[in-house]
Design a protein around this ligand. Structure first.
Ligand SMILES: O=C(O)CNC(=O)[C@H](CS)NC(=O)CCC(=O)C(=O)O
Length: 289
């Protein structure tokens, strides 16, 4: 029996089981959806109540030039939004559908939209990736020009999930390249975020150099849990992502981590630990600028 006077440890009194689906999207959309369906079911079976898919889980690497705004096929049998809602309902989980490319009427470009579905399959929040990856990484893929296909989002988004203790836990939204911009994470913390999600397709080259460092930095800076859920492996002959999905606690310790293969990341959120770290290290009360 843990000493009730001892300081809470990071895993003490968990109030929410979370899971991240690390996958290698590619082949056809159907291939990717089948991978995701099996992983969501597995995550739910081990008690995760919040399941997060990686960036562009359905169409990354499908050989379709640029993002395929599958949403356009609104009359299609399995539009991604309807598919995600059905997965949340069928598995009784909160599902963050990584991102789905959603075509915008005005610009003709898409937005990388991260949608949140509750266990009844209702859309409760959506976030459009703000920072677009126009970078020359120096890998086999060469130049990434996300802004050729996507337009940026504009809004900072948080939403509440009712945790096992009956109290709300506030979840902050971000995507992939956003991870490099601390201002967004500061804004999410100002909105009250306790857990910040980072569905991603971080490249192998930049992931190896920066992914873990950036996840831990954002977690410590903001005193939040940060859940980074990445694509992994080779998506086609030139595109490779880093994997290494992980849950980082507000002290900066990695509580759960995957390697480079498709797998399910499972972790726990402790409200007591969150409060303890924020009390010991009240950086958010010491702002001067
Ligand atoms: O375009 C798609 O289909 C899915 N989106 C992506 O793969 C995006 C844009 S190319 N990738 C990143 O943002 C990587 C960021 C990154 O790796 C870093 O910041 O180092």
């Amino acid at each position: 029996m843990p000493d009730k006077n001892a300081s809470p440890t990071a895993d003490q009194n968990p109030i929410l089981g979370v899971a991240g689906v690390q996958m290698t999207s590619g082949g056809t959309v159907e291939d990717s959806l089948t991978q995701a369906e099996q992983a969501i079911e597995q995550a739910a079976s081990v008690g995760a109540r919040l399941v997060v898919l990686p960036e562009n889980f359905a169409t990354l690497g499908t050989g379709q030039s640029g993002p395929v705004a599958v949403e356009e096929a609104a009359d299609g049998p399995r539009t991604l939004t309807r598919w995600a809602a059905a997965q949340a309902r069928a598995n009784g989980v909160w599902l963050v559908a990584g991102t789905i490319p959603v075509r915008q009427a005005g610009s003709g470009k898409s937005r990388a939209r991260s949608m949140v579905f509750d266990p009844e399959g209702e859309l409760v929040a959506q976030y459009d990736k703000i920072h677009l990856f126009d970078v020359d990484v120096g890998d086999a893929y060469g130049s990434y020009r996300e802004s050729d296909y996507y337009e940026p989002g504009t809004d900072v988004v948080t939403w509440d999930i009712q945790a096992d203790d009956g109290e709300p836990l506030r979840v902050g939204m971000s995507v992939c390249y956003d991870l490099r911009f601390p201002e967004l994470y500061a804004a999410l913390r100002r909105q009250g975020a306790d857990l910040i999600l980072v569905p991603s397709a971080f490249t192998h080259r930049t992931g190896q150099a920066h992914w873990g460092m950036l996840l831990r930095a954002r977690a410590v800076e903001q005193g939040c849990y940060v859940l980074g859920v990445n694509q992994c492996g080779w998506h086609d002959s030139k595109r490779r992502t880093w994997g290494h999905s992980q849950l980082v606690d507000p002290w900066g310790d990695t509580r759960a981590a995957l390697a480079s293969e498709p797998d399910i990341l499972v972790g726990q959120i402790s409200r007591e630990y969150l409060k303890r770290i924020r009390t010991q290290l009240p950086t958010h009360q010491h702002h001067r600028l």
